[in-house]
Design a protein around this ligand. Structure first.
Ligand SMILES: [Zn+2]
Length: 315
């Protein structure tokens, strides 16, 4: 039995997870990030305590895994940078170790979501795989020869920050041109608003009763499915840059498969089929096989399950 913690900008979600990757108990509390790291860490500990008390299985909890929305040093357990939480060099593991004797393992949330997808949803059948989580930002998880890798300095699987073009806005990493400024929900909302502000007429404005700030990823995809020209153009741009990003991953790692997860992956085949068509046109050495692309099976609980499985693997 392991505890998985999905530390997000909005909620701290925790679960008691079996070695087979099933959640037997789950709890979620608001992160309250404005209170600072010490208060949030105390709440993480309280979530751990509640889950320990909820453990009726008779099986011992052997470790805690934590997925964080930023960059962590998996060796020291320090959160190096987490823009969403406004955390810089926070010794997360050291502070929790003062409260609990359980071994604690920390890594990026997309990396642990990858562990959930690779080890549990896909039952470990892939040895070389990549996951791109397309949410508010774009995260990446990389599996090479059966091992999750984040590089020498812990910033290696930050696939959302690969440079892909000239963007309309600066990424939260402080740079212009990152994949996540083209292929996240934030990016497509930004681009849809950009076109509407430029005078383009779109049914999306009717869908949000004229309130442009209510345009969401769902609104854009729904309008694109109905053939709204502006929404189609927004999705077209997403597909173009996402496919370039995937092809850059293929040319670096040559994985067996690339999974698309996160909120935008809810668009399913509507998104996937456009990406596949685009990728066909981008293939190099066309006679050789290229990575498959699929929608990830895991949705909301990937963070909890992946964090727990990450602890199990690392322990
Ligand atoms: Zn960036």
């Amino acid at each position: 039995m392991y505890i998985g913690i999905d530390l997000g900008g909005t909620n701290i979600a925790g679960g008691l997870v079996t070695t087979a990757g099933e959640i037997v108990s789950k709890i979620s509390v608001p992160t309250g990030r404005e209170r600072g790291s010490d208060a949030v860490i105390e709440d993480i500990y309280q979530v751990v305590e509640s889950l320990m008390k909820a453990n009726q299985t008779g099986e011992q909890v052997k470790g805690i895994g934590i997925g964080i929305p930023g960059i962590a040093d998996p060796h020291t357990g320090e959160v190096i940078v987490c823009v969403n939480l406004n955390w810089y060099n926070v010794p997360l593991r050291a502070k929790l170790t003062e409260k609990t004797p359980l071994p604690i393992f920390i890594d990026n949330d997309a990396t642990v979501a990858g562990v959930a997808e690779f080890q549990v949803a896909q039952e470990g059948k892939y040895k070389d795989a990549v996951i791109l989580t397309l949410g508010t930002g774009v995260g990446g998880g990389v599996l090479v020869d059966g091992k999750v890798v984040s590089g020498h300095h812990g910033i290696g699987s930050e696939l959302g920050h690969m440079l892909i073009g000239e963007s309309l806005y600066t990424c939260n990493c402080g740079r212009n041109g990152c994949l996540e400024t083209f292929a996240s929900s934030t990016a497509i909302i930004h681009y849809a608003k950009h076109l509407i502000h430029a005078g383009r007429k779109s049914s999306m404005m009717d869908a949000v009763c004229g309130d442009i700030d209510k345009i969401s990823g769902e609104v854009i995809f729904a309008a694109a499915r109905e053939g709204d020209v502006v929404a189609v153009e927004v999705i077209r741009r997403l597909v173009t840059y996402l496919s370039r990003g995937i092809m850059n991953i293929v040319c670096t790692l040559d994985p067996e498969i690339v999974f698309l997860g996160g909120g935008l992956s809810m668009a399913g085949d509507f998104l996937l089929n456009q990406v596949k068509t685009e990728l066909d046109g981008l293939k190099y050495f066309k006679a050789t096989p290229h990575a498959k692309v699929e929608i990830a099976k895991f949705k909301n609980d990937a963070g909890i399950i992946g964090a727990a499985m990450y602890a199990m693997i690392q322990r």
